[in-house]
Design a protein around this ligand. Structure first.
Ligand code: GLN
Ligand code: ZN
Length: 818
């Protein structure tokens, strides 16, 4: 099945397939790769054994994709495997690793598997090497490794893993389309190596990198690959440091080499390189004005090159418009446009009739051929809805509402959707009439289903007024709170969680499985809370927490207690490396059947004279780490969660809790990639937090916690949240945020983290004192709180106890100087 009406250009041995997916999960439906990789790391298996497992997984994926409706011989099956990360794969394939890893590479510049993982994870002990830094991949919860590229970093194709995997698949009977991060995105996401001179940018190495990609394309052609996919998502974002004009120049230059020059002069152009698909997931390619008055037009840019196909994300992005008088895009007539209409980044079954409508509107752009695809790689969704258990309340284990079975589409279902749409395109709608009818029926049933729409929730949201989002003056609140709490200057506290010991984890797991009775579970958790309270009193902290022993995860806990959320049994998604998460699915209107945290907090307060801080996760973070509904604006969903939290906070307040912390570590994470979309986001995200927190008395103190240190675009939002106290990660940046806030006129409580909880190192009292001194010099000391960077759940008590003792000692030292 090939793309419709493509007057197959002479150099294309195989026209683009009519339907494809941009990538597929690689961790395995039972997390086989995770288990194999971790076993290798632990020394329980050899590199050969890991290779064998990975190969079996790749071959099983090929068979699966073909059985789901992709064609075995038209390059519609993506080759998107990775042992750890696709950006790391490019770096290591090019031998472009920082010099601290040079001794790990062989004479040919190649890393073996152990070396590859060392670049990803670092090495401790005598042979200590810092790993590459990790950061978020566009607007997903996937994290990639940031390459370090300097003027002297080696760049040469040293590892033909991509070619070997193509050959492996071909020998197994499937002609795949290898998927590689594109050269411009690779460099734009890289950071300059430490020893690079001022003014240097990794993009300065574009020619070298492109030359290596040219070698890769030649090798793929020689192996018989008809198509290759190069991902250039950097074209949809404003949030890389490189101005669009520079990206545009890099794209033009890179694809002149890779698409034009490689074929020119070749005796057999078809054999000189594979046809090139450039994919731009995670946002739109539509034209948009830039700050400097120029315009960005990613589609026109790509259409102006000699690449053979362009994949656009029509879920996050709008259908672009063409600049020619007839509305077409100059240059597109010789290319296939892959309409990314099936959402690769969320779990809902598509409205196939609507999707076909979108594909029809794309025809106006004048592409030589049209194909359908997913908007992004399917890496970001779980494998298969059929791996879940659906049933009634009587079914044991994690069960989903049976209606969700027909509303959801995970990776495998999405492959089926693409195959159906492709068939509609090539053979006519009539040939898939049944599938279209089933899709429409599912969409209709979801639209009006009980639970999806709860009239009481809608009525409450509709009745909200500005007053529901506002508290009184913050200065008056501060006075009322101080009168109630009577805290010393520089009050000390923690961010919420204490170390999760094996005993706690075991008790929670047994209780979830049903093997530990409720009463025993409560006793175990209360015992832990009492222990943590006693420890905090001994250490001398001023504001105590309960330690969060009952929480498996700060979002899942609330998803399990709120109606409108589902928690899956096997819905794993790769977060980074071997780490997988199981995001809850927010499918209906949100309600709180009963209080979620009040008993634990009230019990904690009964154990101590000191103030106890209640602990909740904020609406934005709950949304950010869940799959969210796609049938209403995110802001409406956030307000529903906000209202449920507002009720919880009222109950905490009624139970005598004087301080409530509402964590929003993901506030920055959901910030849209396009600057133009950011003000609207900040408006609803900050609004939902305020809705959650503004129902309380002036004397009740609201805290929030933000979990990153680069504030940039969200610094204004910190004030906008109107929390009384905000704790932030600050140790590694040496309190940088504090003077920034002071400059912005910030006058609320601020708890800049005084030690980095990501490392097991115990900070000395002197170090903490030094950081605190920086803080009190930069801002009014009356505003400063003393706390670690983040929660302590991943740490052990060996480190936690002395670290907190040093924190308290430092606070006392600096207090004495005020
Ligand atoms: N209260 C949470 C904890 O301490 C906050 C975690 C976070 O910011 N990621 O674990
Ligand atoms: Zn945090």
């Amino acid at each position: 099945m090939s793309a419709t009406s493509l007057p197959s250009p002479a150099h294309l041995p195989v026209p683009f397939p009519a339907g494809t997916v941009l990538g597929y999960p690689r961790i395995g439906r039972r997390r086989e790769l995770k288990k194999a990789v971790e076993s290798f790391w632990a020394g329980r298996s050899t590199a050969d054994e890991l290779d064998t497992t990975a190969r079996e997984l790749r071959l099983a994926t090929l068979r699966r994709l073909v059985s789901l409706g992709l064609d075995a011989d038209d390059a519609s099956v993506p080759g998107s495997f990775s042992f750890y990360d696709q950006v790391l794969d490019v770096a290591t394939s090019l031998g472009a690793v920082p010099s601290r890893f040079a001794s790990l590479t062989g004479a040919d510049g190649r890393l073996d598997l152990a070396g590859y993982f060392t670049v990803a994870r670092g090495a401790g002990g005598q042979d200590s090497r810092a790993p590459l830094e990790m950061t978020k991949w566009f607007d997903t919860n996937y994290h990639y490794l940031v390459p370090e590229i300097g003027p002297d970093t080696p760049v040469r194709l040293v590892d033909d893993r991509v070619v070997r995997e193509f050959v492996e698949a071909k020998e197994a009977g499937v002609v795949t389309r290898p998927v590689v991060v594109g050269p411009v995105t690779f460099l734009a996401l890289s950071k300059a190596a430490d020893d690079a001179p001022a003014g240097y940018s990794p993009l300065d190495r574009l020619d070298d990198v492109v030359a290596a990609y040219a070698d890769l394309l030649r090798a793929l052609a020689a192996a018989g690959a008809p198509w290759v996919q190069l991902d250039e998502p950097v074209l949809v974002t404003d949030s890389v440091d490189v101005p669009f004009a520079e990206l545009a120049a890099a794209v033009t230059s890179a694809y002149r080499t890779l698409a034009t020059d490689l074929s020119v002069g070749a005796t057999d152009p078809a054999a000189a390189r594979p046809a090139v698909l450039v994919a731009a997931p995670f946002g739109g390619l539509q034209a948009a004005p830039l700050d400097d008055g120029a315009a960005r037009d990613g589609l026109a840019l790509l259409a102006g090159t000699d690449v053979d196909a362009i994949a656009v994300d029509l879920v996050k992005g709008a259908v672009p418009t063409g600049s020619a008088p007839d509305g077409t895009v100059p240059g597109l007539a010789t290319k296939t446009l892959v309409a990314g209409v099936v959402d690769g980044h969320n779990v809902w079954r598509a409205d196939l009739v609507a999707k076909l409508g979108t594909v029809e509107t794309v025809r106006a752009l004048g592409a030589g051929a049209l194909a359908v695809g997913t908007s992004t790689s399917l890496l970001h969704v779980p494998h298969d809805v059929e791996d879940e258990v659906f049933g009634g309340a009587e079914t044991p284990g994690t069960v989903l509402d049976p209606r969700l079975r027909e509303w959801l589409a995970f990776a495998d279902q999405k492959v089926g959707e693409v195959a159906t749409l492709a068939r509609a395109l090539t053979a006519g709608r009539d040939t898939v009439a049944d599938a279209l009818a089933v899709s429409s029926a599912a969409v209709a049933s979801r639209a009006t289903a009980a639970g999806v729409v709860e009239p009481t929730v809608r009525e409450r949201a509709a009745a909200l007024t500005d007053a529901d989002f506002a508290r009184g003056s913050s200065a008056e609140r501060a006075a009322a709170q101080q009168a109630r709490l009577n805290l010393p200057p520089l009050p000390t506290t923690t961010i919420g969680s204490f170390p999760q010991t094996p005993e706690i984890r075991r008790a929670r797991a047994q209780w979830t499985r049903g093997t530990l009775p409720d009463a025993d579970y409560t006793t175990a958790m209360r015992g832990e809370i009492a222990r943590v309270v006693a420890l905090q009193e001994e250490i001398g902290l001023d504001v105590l927490v309960h330690g969060e022993p009952e929480r498996n995860d700060m979002v899942q806990y609330f998803a399990e207690h709120l109606d409108g959320f589902a928690v899956t049994a096997n819905g794993w998604v790769q977060s980074y490396g071997s780490r997988c998460v199981r995001p809850p699915i927010l499918w209906g209107d949100v309600t709180r059947p009963e209080p979620m945290t009040v008993e634990w907090s009230a019990y904690t307060a009964s154990l101590t004279e000191k103030p106890v801080k209640g602990m909740l996760t904020g609406p934005v973070t709950i949304l950010a780490w869940s799959f969210v509904r796609d049938d209403q604006p995110l802001g409406d969903t956030a307000n529903q969660v906000g209202l449920a939290l507002r009720d919880e906070i009222a109950d905490l307040e009624a139970a005598g809790i004087a301080i409530v912390q509402v964590d929003e570590p993901a506030l920055r994470e959901l910030l849209p990639l396009r600057r133009a979309d950011q003000p609207a986001y900040l408006d609803w995200s900050v609004g939902s937090f305020r809705l959650a927190t503004s129902g309380v008395e002036a004397a009740t103190q609201i805290h929030t916690h933000l979990c990153y240190s680069e504030f940039g675009e969200v610094i204004g939002a910190i004030d906008g949240l109107d929390a009384d106290v905000t704790s932030v990660e600050a140790a590694r940046s040496r309190m940088e945020i504090v003077p920034e806030l002071a400059d912005a006129g910030y006058a609320r409580g601020i708890g800049p983290g005084v030690y980095d909880i990501h490392s097991p190192r115990v900070p000395s009292t002197e170090e903490v004192t030094e950081l605190l001194e920086l803080a009190v010099k930069a801002i009014d000391p009356a505003l400063v709180w003393v706390n670690p960077d983040c929660g302590l759940k991943t740490r052990g008590y060996d480190e936690t106890t002395p670290s907190l003792e040093h924190l308290v000692a430092a606070a006392r030292t600096v207090r004495a100087t005020l």
